[in-house]
Design a protein around this ligand. Structure first.
Ligand SMILES: Nc1ncnc2c1ncn2[C@@H]1O[C@H](COP(=O)(O)OP(=O)(O)OP(=O)(O)O)[C@@H](O)[C@H]1O
Length: 494
């Protein structure tokens, strides 16, 4: 039987030899090409089963070589060799339609496994490949993280972005779902169209319906003029529907129709309006449990669940914590106009790594912000971290709403801010030259309000919702978003 062939295109002779040695006893024939043109010729001559291609080659870019290879054999799996394993490189490599990518220095075990998988895929090859135009995404807000779980997320973004399908992003609150939605949009063919985001949990049901679909003049009391909804405004673009599990049954059925036919009527209107919107939805809720309880339409669930990207909680990607802290230190010290700190002391890193992060990356960002505001020296030491983070393992965050029983609420300085703290906080942030004071202060206030009301209801979320005049889903959502601890009071009955 003929041996499968691997072509390695790289101007680095040492690397090529390394690859040859890697596959010597693996039953795979390695063909070497030292330049882009030699590589293109070798593909014609040898018809390899998989190509290892250096993304940076002299005289011709990796993209150009890739396009040549693909025009000759569109089903050829191409594994890029890159020098960086940051999010952009990973997304771009996958966006090009690459099979995968490996980072220098190459790891034998990983390379073998990957090449064998690619050859096998080639054998059963069904993978369609698209080569979208390259674009400048430098201005995009950066996704940070190099854990294998995050690399999988980048790959999924790269695969999903060029295809005009509905995407469902799942993950705990604060894991970066909106950031991922933006990355998909920025890498999609719709990137020149609008991107709008609606948080379905933030609006009462009737307002949400009108926000999404618009309304006609006189549709309800107070509707004194026609309003154009997000689905209409966003035609040709991408709509990010956050907290999709919080939609009322009526809105669910209208969204379903929109997904099926791209048609809808404004509230109080008869005219059927056609639109062209790509939906990226996100949720931190257990949609499966909700469909079982008929709280979420099954048909809508299946419609949304076609292409799912799961974001891991921060506690499951511990190695990313250091990178994220570094990223936020840089960004926030700039934003808060603080002198750039030298770094984080090992003792503080240990504290951050031990913590469970119920509010995920958003909570980490807020902890870094607090540490910067508290810092009296150029190094972040445990002293500058909020008390609950230093307290080590915090109690689990609020349990799923479905199972929530009345529970006492833990109040801690960072989450249940005493009202008297508001003035010093504003003063301090003003002095620090904050550029986001409105959002920061509102978040503090909201955090305090929700914690205080939950405390008075003994942790009962339904009662808290009643007092606050918002839905239980919204209370639940805020608990998760802020990482408010609802300490479980368990009594064991024998
Ligand atoms: N991997 C990441 N790299 C850099 N910043 C991140 C990352 N993940 C999240 N963030 C930041 O954390 C914050 C929360 O992220 P985001 O709003 O995307 O989370 P979410 O999952 O949509 O939260 P929610 O479910 O509460 O809406 C944002 O400020 C975002 O920029």
């Amino acid at each position: 039987m003929l041996k499968p062939k691997l072509l390695v295109i790289d101007d680095d002779r040492t690397l090529r030899h390394y690859v040859v040695r890697c596959f010597e006893d693996a039953g795979i024939e390695v063909i070497e090409a030292e330049s882009a043109s030699a590589g293109i010729d070798a593909v014609r001559e040898h018809q390899p089963d998989t190509v290892l291609l250096d993304i940076v080659l002299p005289r011709m870019s990796g993209l150009e070589v890739f396009q040549h290879l693909k025009s000759f054999d569109s089903k050829l799996p191409v594994i890029f060799i890159t020098a960086d394993d940051d999010a952009e490189t990973a997304i771009e490599a996958m966006m090009l339609g690459g099979y995968d990518y490996v980072v220098k220095p190459l790891d034998v075990g990983q390379l073998r496994e990957l090449v064998e998988r690619a050859i096998e895929t080639r054998r059963m090859m069904q993978v369609p490949v698209e080569i979208p135009a390259d674009d400048d995404t430098g201005s995009a807000e950066r996704l940070v993280g190099r854990s294998s779980r995050m690399l999988d997320v980048y790959k999924a973004i790269g695969r999903a972005a060029p295809q005009d399908v509905t995407i469902l992003i799942r993950g705990e609150s604060g894991t970066g779902k909106e950031l991922v939605a933006r990355a998909i949009y920025q890498h999609s063919p719709r990137r020149d169209g609008p991107f709008l985001a609606v948080n379905c949990a933030a609006l009462p049901d009737t307002l949400l319906e009108s926000e999404l679909f618009g309304h006609e003049k006189g549709a309800f009391t107070g509707a004194d003029r026609r309003r154009i909804g997000k689905f209409e405004q966003c035609s040709g673009g991408t709509l990010f529907l956050d907290e999709i599990g919080d939609m009322s049954p009526l809105v669910q059925s209208k969204v379903l129709r929109l997904l099926q036919e791209q048609k809808f009527e404004r509230v109080g209107g008869n005219e059927t309006i056609e639109t062209d919107v790509r939906i990226i939805a996100a949720t931190n809720r257990d949609l499966e449990a909700m469909t079982r309880k008929s709280d979420f339409r099954e048909d809508l669930y299946y419609r949304l669940n076609g292409f799912t990207i799961g974001l891991p909680p921060l506690r499951e990607r511990g190695q990313d914590i250091v990178l994220l802290v570094e990223h936020f230190l840089n960004r926030l010290s700039h934003e808060l106009n603080r002198p750039r700190v030298e770094g984080v002391a090992p003792s503080a890193v240990a504290v951050l790594q031990k913590y469970r992060w119920p509010g995920n990356v958003r909570e980490l960002q807020s902890v870094v912000r607090q540490a910067l505001l508290n810092a009296t020296g150029p190094v972040i030491v445990p002293e500058f971290l909020p008390a609950d983070v230093k307290g080590g393992q915090r109690p689990q965050s609020a349990p799923a709403e479905e199972t929530a029983a009345p529970q006492p609420v833990e109040e801690s300085p960072s989450q249940g801010m005493p009202a008297s703290d508001l003035a010093p906080f504003v003063e301090k942030s003003l002095k620090a030259g904050s550029k986001d004071l409105y959002a920061e202060t509102l978040e503090r206030m909201e955090r305090y309000l929700i914690t205080r009301v939950l405390k008075s209801t003994g942790g009962n979320q339904s009662k808290a919702a009643e007092i606050l005049g918002i839905t239980r889903g919204k209370v639940h959502n805020r608990i998760q978003a802020f990482g408010i601890s609802v300490e479980q009071d368990v009594s064991i009955e024998s």
